[in-house]
Design a binder for this molecule. Structure first.
Ligand code: SF4
Length: 346
């Protein structure tokens, strides 16, 4: 089967691609969505899909047609029925046309994942339009995986839209116009969402994480000291601990982030950022500030995470407190720079 999958956005594509790949089917993603307005929103969804498909190595074709005027002219006289009269068919028809011209034998659409769309109408239109072009329509009730896909999209930090797409749906979303999502079939159940990332406070046997903590702070003596009194947090990905962190109390208003370490092959994937966000949320009800002492190299990372107030510098800290020279990349660690994060401010 050579499958062309009309794709409305990255979050909706997540479950569709995953479940098709589980079946051994490799879809080619096809972007054609002149129903997304305004242009900044169109661009945000398109660019996110471009990046996502690249990151998971899936073939993707982008038909770049913003098409605002044509879309509005075609729906404005029948706004009530615009989805089934124009928006679904125009996208499916273009998908089928492209498929036919480029050697695909089957089409489908990620519109089948949304419980907010008119599922049965999309299925029927897909079948009729595919047949017209001599193609097959691959039907799956992707809706079962809607929540799983959305949860994964959030974990991956994909851009998630707030409304269906057209300017009329945007108005409905923000003016709170009545919207009745289509009814799900009797007995329908969403697949359970099992978050693959979890963060927990570890109270027992904290020393089992010593090795990882030493990757961020190589003095065992110093780490043991703050680990004994500090709170240890562990972030797991699919049950594997990949990022750990230690926080200690400074005074009644302030806590200090003493250590945050991510396993080497998980670095640069946002786990540290997630951990800091979790810590800030966790300490916010009881403390006003969180401080961190860092090497010069890491200042930009912490500033980005909200540690944007410079507090002080301890000259020669790394020379006076460590037995060996410490290097961060090609820069020797000498002074310790303290920055703070306001936990109260939004
Ligand atoms: S509400 Fe969604 S499906 Fe309906 S016309 Fe607007 S963008 Fe298309």
């Amino acid at each position: 089967m050579k499958l062309l999958m009309h794709t409305c956005c990255a979050p909706c594509s997540v479950y569709c691609i995953d479940s098709l790949r589980d079946e051994g089917i490799e879809p080619t993603v096809y972007w054609f969505n002149p129903n997304i307005h305004p242009y900044t929103e169109y661009k945000a969804r398109r660019d996110c899909l471009k990046e996502y498909t690249k990151s998971i190595n899936v073939e993707a074709i982008f038909e770049d047609d913003y098409g605002l005027d044509k879309f509005c002219k075609n729906v404005v006289d029948s706004l009530e029925t615009r989805c089934q009269d124009y928006c679904y068919p125009v996208r499916l028809e273009q998908t089928a046309k492209y498929a036919k011209e480029h050697g695909f034998d089957t089409i489908t659409t990620t519109l089948l994942v949304s419980p907010y769309q008119k599922h049965d109408v999309i299925k029927k239109l897909g079948e009729v339009i595919a047949k017209k072009y001599g193609l097959d329509f691959l039907y799956r009730d992707f809706r079962v995986g809607f929540k799983v896909g959305q949860a994964k999209a959030r974990e991956l930090g994909l851009y998630i839209q707030k409304y269906c797409g057209c300017i009329f749906s945007e108005r409905g979303r923000y003016l709170g116009e009545d919207f009745q999502p289509p009814k799900l079939p009797e007995g329908f159940e969403f697949l359970p969402v099992n978050p693959s990332i979890n963060i927990r406070k570890e109270r027992e046997n904290k020393e089992q994480y010593l090795e990882l903590l030493l990757e961020a702070d190589p003095s065992e003596e110093i780490v043991r000291k703050y680990l004994a009194d500090g709170d240890l947090f562990v972030l797991t990905y699919k049950d594997e601990p990949v990022c750990v962190s230690v926080v200690t109390k400074v005074d009644n208003d302030t806590v200090e982030l003493k250590n945050i370490a991510t396993k080497e092959n998980y670095r640069g994937k946002g786990y540290g950022k997630k951990m800091i966000k979790y810590l800030a949320d966790n300490y916010k009800p009881r403390y006003k500030n969180m401080i961190v002492g860092t090497t010069e190299n890491n200042i930009p990372f912490y500033v980005k995470q909200g540690f944007d107030k410079y507090e002080k510098t301890i000259k020669n800290f790394f020379i006076d407190n460590y037995n060996e020279e410490l290097w961060d990349g090609n820069m020797q660690c000498v002074d310790m720079y303290y920055y703070s994060k306001d936990l109260i401010k939004k």
